[in-house]
Design a protein around this ligand. Structure first.
Ligand code: MN
Ligand code: MN
Length: 425
């Protein structure tokens, strides 16, 4: 099955080339101080801090030029940015990858990303046949398939077996304590994002089948299962975690095998986001909202998949009921976070990066590239909630609003009153 499935978009249209940071190093090495000044002002006059000149912003000392180029709005902030806002950017690109036969994993949690107290993320790849070992965890797991196809298994709260398959663009959700496994399918396995409703979650500290059995005496296991102890001699002596296996047989056969006398699970642990129409679509982009309204099992993680067209913007808004943890799927953008008390900061994001906006803190996301920007917003809540600046302005008595904003009645009348979510260029 193709992994180029809407609404995640096509891999073909990655963002174009970026300003060459290496050029700046060459100028520095040549000792051409004025060239440094010119490069520092490359973000354009509109982003230049008020009252600052290019000379004020020059940077003749040592510099990690590659990282600076990727962080251009930290290096040359918009003039409205101000104050002491902690980083709300992290990236899987800088996370340690644990690689084993069958695939790999990496994670971003609160230990590397201090702002992300409510949610942690994991990025995992499984080969065709590669298995993420049977396990569970206290935290609940929300997942977005990024490529390929996978076979899922679980045991629901009534002890009924669940087996199903998901493709790129689909979701799954396993509540805390529900045991499950994931296996990559042909031809090229899968890659997916996992989101956990606990910033302190670690993928390397889950309850795994073989970790538990290898730390339980064989005679206890033998008594527990009513089998001879000698029959257990070949069991693994430590956890498997990720391992290479054969690709599974037909789905129908697997479902029949787990049904037993109780029948198959009636719980829909997966969700076909790949075929869901947008919750809202405008000239600026699309938003798809997934929460317990349409995905009932996901009682602790709500989400919105957002597409912003080139030049478009996810409008100024906030979420009154939860922190927001973001994963950038495609394209490039910048988010500005307003943290009250005059504090605002802008940071840059690309595919594979993670962003964060604390509960009720205002923010907006602009597409800074020439292809669609696609990112997913996740929240530790059962219901997606957002309030927007334009709704606030248009659903307050006009006289009161005009007295605040110093704009004309005609201008106020042009502001959208229907929460577009994504606005065009
Ligand atoms: Mn899991
Ligand atoms: Mn948001």
């Amino acid at each position: 099955m193709s992994d180029e499935i809407t609404p995640l978009g096509s891999k073909a249209g990655e963002p174009g080339s970026r300003p060459d940071a290496g050029t700046r190093r060459e100028f520095l090495i040549a000792g051409a101080a004025m060239a440094t000044v010119a490069a520092a002002g490359a973000a354009g006059a509109a982003d230049e801090p008020k009252g600052h000149t290019a000379r004020d912003a020059s940077n003749p000392g040592p510099d990690n030029s590659g990282l600076t180029a990727l962080s251009q709005h930290s290096f040359s902030p918009p003039r409205t940015d101000h104050g002491d806002v902690p980083s709300f950017w992290a990236s899987f690109a800088t996370a340690h990858r644990r690689i084993q036969p069958g695939g790999w994993t990496r994670q971003v949690n609160v230990r590397d990303f201090p702002m992300s107290k409510e949610i942690a993320g994991v990025n995992m790849r499984l080969t065709a046949g590669g298995v993420r070992e049977l396990h569970w965890h206290v935290a609940s797991e929300w997942a977005l398939m990024l490529s390929g196809t996978a076979r899922l298994t679980a045991l629901d709260e009534e002890g009924r077996g669940y087996v199903n398959e998901v493709a790129a663009g689909d979701l799954w959700y396993f509540p805390g304590g529900i045991p499950h496994s994931i296996q990559g399918l042909g031809p090229d396995g899968c890659e997916f994002l996992l989101v956990f409703d606990d910033g302190d979650f670690s993928e390397f500290n889950t309850t795994q089948l073989t970790d538990w059995t290898s730390h339980t005496p064989k005679d206890v296991l033998a008594k527990n299962w009513g089998v001879p102890e000698a029959a257990l001699a070949g069991m693994p002596k430590e956890e498997l975690y990720i391992f290479q296996a054969e690709e599974p047989g037909p789905l129908a056969a697997a479902r029949a095998a787990v049904a037993g006398s109780r029948g198959p699970s009636q719980v829909a642990f997966d969700f076909k986001l790949s075929t869901m129409p947008p919750t809202k679509a405008t000239a600026g982009g699309e938003v798809r909202v997934i929460d317990t309204e349409n995905f009932p099992v996901a009682d602790s993680v709500a989400a919105a998949l957002v597409t912003v067209r080139p030049g478009g913007m996810r409008e100024l808004h906030w979420h009154p009921n939860s922190d927001e943890w973001q994963y950038y799927v495609r394209g490039q953008g910048r988010m500005t976070l307003f943290m009250n008390g005059g504090n605002a900061r802008t940071m840059d994001f690309r595919a594979g990066d993670v962003g964060y906006a604390p509960q009720s803190m205002g923010h907006y996301v602009e597409n800074t590239g020439d292809t669609d920007l696609v990112f997913v917003e996740t929240f530790k809540t059962d219901r997606y909630r957002e309030l927007t600046l334009s709704d606030w302005v248009t659903h307050t008595p006009p006289e009161l609003m005009l007295r605040h904003l110093g704009i004309s009645r005609e201008t106020l009348a042009k502001i959208p009153a229907d929460k577009p979510d994504v606005v065009p260029r």
